[in-house]
Write a protein that binds this ligand. Structure first.
Ligand code: F6R
Length: 260
């Protein structure tokens, strides 16, 4: 895993946006896995700005979002489809038929989850998966105890995640308890992963993910086994890493041709 520590949240967002820009420029028909939540909002704003400056063309890009709430229609103000429309899709030249989400209203959820996996495979697999991390270590909504081999399926959110996601709904009791999420195995199949984490509230879980054991108790720890995974964090999220100095040193010595 490459650990990139940036001084501020803004620097971390810029680094993540640069990695995505490089991916799309190197492969204009990239298949991107995308995340929602508060962490990537600034990254999406930077991608929109790059697009407006003529630096990024989304016309051949395809996207698969990690997750969606069960029971919410796509145009619900708190749905993840609506989140992505607001923060990215309505501002760039992406084709609507290349945008994919789990359907929170699917009548047959297991069949729909199988179809979501099949759609990813038909698109050629995910080239770059953008991730955030939950305070208890989830990626997507693979909460602690999720099988590290899991595929897209329904999951029940933890009380902590309900609290963390309460803002849009006006309280934790109003957040849907179920989501459809890509599995840990689905995420691990992406050719590259890019996890962005910022702020001191993420410092403990980031340290566990990078320097702790690989365990279903902290699903993001499986990324230690991913062949091409970058973790981009700010100083606050890096505060509990034992080897932070070494990670900084590696990054400072990174060959120019490897930079985004
Ligand atoms: C969202 C997702 C989640 C979030 C995580 C962090 O699509 O899959 O794993 O990335 O809950 O959320 P924030 O960024 O709000 O702290």
């Amino acid at each position: 895993m490459e650990i990139i520590i940036q001084p501020t949240v803004a620097d971390a967002q810029q680094e993540a946006a640069n990695i995505l820009r490089r991916q799309i420029r190197d492969k204009p028909a990239s298949v991107l896995g995308l995340a929602t939540g508060s962490t990537p909002i600034g990254v999406y704003a930077l991608l929109v700005a790059m697009h407006r400056r003529g630096e990024l063309d989304f016309s051949r890009v395809s996207t698969f979002n990690l997750d969606e709430y069960v029971g919410l229609p796509p145009d619900h103000p708190c749905s993840y489809r609506e989140f992505m429309r607001q923060h990215l899709f309505s501002h760039v030249n992406i084709a609507s038929d290349r945008i994919h989400f789990p359907n929170g209203l699917a009548a047959d959820i297991p069949a729909h989850c199988e179809e979501y996996e099949a759609a990813i495979a038909r698109a050629g697999g995910i080239d770059l998966q953008l991730l955030g991390i939950g305070r208890e270590g989830h990626i997507g909504f693979n909460e602690p105890s999720s099988s590290l081999a899991s595929r897209t399926r329904i999951k029940t959110l933890t009380p902590q995640t309900l609290k963390d996601n309460a803002d849009c709904f006006g309280g934790p009791d109003k957040v849907p308890h179920h989501v459809i999420t890509m599995g840990v195995g689905t995420i691990m199949d992406a050719r590259q992963c890019l996890l962005l984490a910022t702020g001191e509230a993420k410092a403990s879980v980031v340290a566990g993910m990078v320097e702790g054991p690989i365990t279903a108790d902290l699903p993001a720890s499986i990324l230690q086994l991913h062949p091409v995974c970058r973790l981009v964090i700010d100083e606050a999220a890096a505060a509990k890493l034992r080897r932070a100095d070494y990670y900084r040193w590696v990054y400072a010595n990174k060959p120019g041709w490897q930079r985004s």
